[in-house]
Design a protein around this ligand. Structure first.
Ligand SMILES: [Zn+2]
Length: 184
């Protein structure tokens, strides 16, 4: 590993995808964001510190989720760049150095607005998306092609061109295709 890898950034914590997945159109009951505890558990599962969410935060989180989802369904790259830049202008983010066992350090994002779980969620999702876009371009913001699933995902694969949110959707898609072809 070259020296250029000595300081790694670790903004890709998977929070954005887990957050967006609280709404799954393919589920019988699509809305998973039904009570404040969902927000608390989401943040906790990614080791993010924030104040407990309250009832009002549920609606605020749903609106935020829709805003973030739009970045994955952008009409054009110009629109997406503008949306993301506007978003980032308001992001309240700090960074800290996190030591690892081999004596190296990672640069890890920290949301400053600890008192507000929604602002914390907003800042960390945005920095995660901006980091992915800066490495892979806007094409890495994708939605699953295995209908009826429409889950958003960040394509972090080396080559790019990932079409499905999960191995499960990928195999479902291919089984379906195979069936359709053998019908003809
Ligand atoms: Zn999927």
């Amino acid at each position: 590993m070259g020296d250029e890898h000595y300081i790694a950034t670790n903004f890709s914590i998977g929070l954005t995808e887990d957050f967006l997945r609280t709404l799954e159109v393919a589920r019988v009951e699509p809305e998973g964001l039904t009570e404040p505890g969902v927000i608390d558990r989401l943040l906790k599962s990614h080791a993010v510190e924030a104040a407990d969410a309250d009832v009002d935060d549920v609606m605020a989180a749903r609106i935020l989720r829709e805003d973030i989802r739009k970045l994955f369904e952008r009409a054009s790259e110009i629109d997406a760049v503008k949306a993301l830049s506007d978003f980032l202008a308001g992001a309240d983010i700090g960074v800290r150095l996190q030591p690892s066992e081999d004596g190296r350090f990672s640069l890890v994002p920290v949301a400053r607005s600890h008192q507000d779980p929604i602002e914390t969620l907003r800042s960390l999702c945005l920095i995660e998306i901006a980091d992915a876009v800066s490495r892979k371009g806007f094409a890495c913001l994708q939605t699953c092609q295995a209908a009826p699933c429409q889950d958003a995902f960040i394509d972090r694969s080396k080559k790019g061109g990932r079409l499905f949110c999960s191995p499960r959707c990928s195999s479902r898609y291919h089984v379906q295709r195979h069936r359709e072809r053998s019908k003809v």
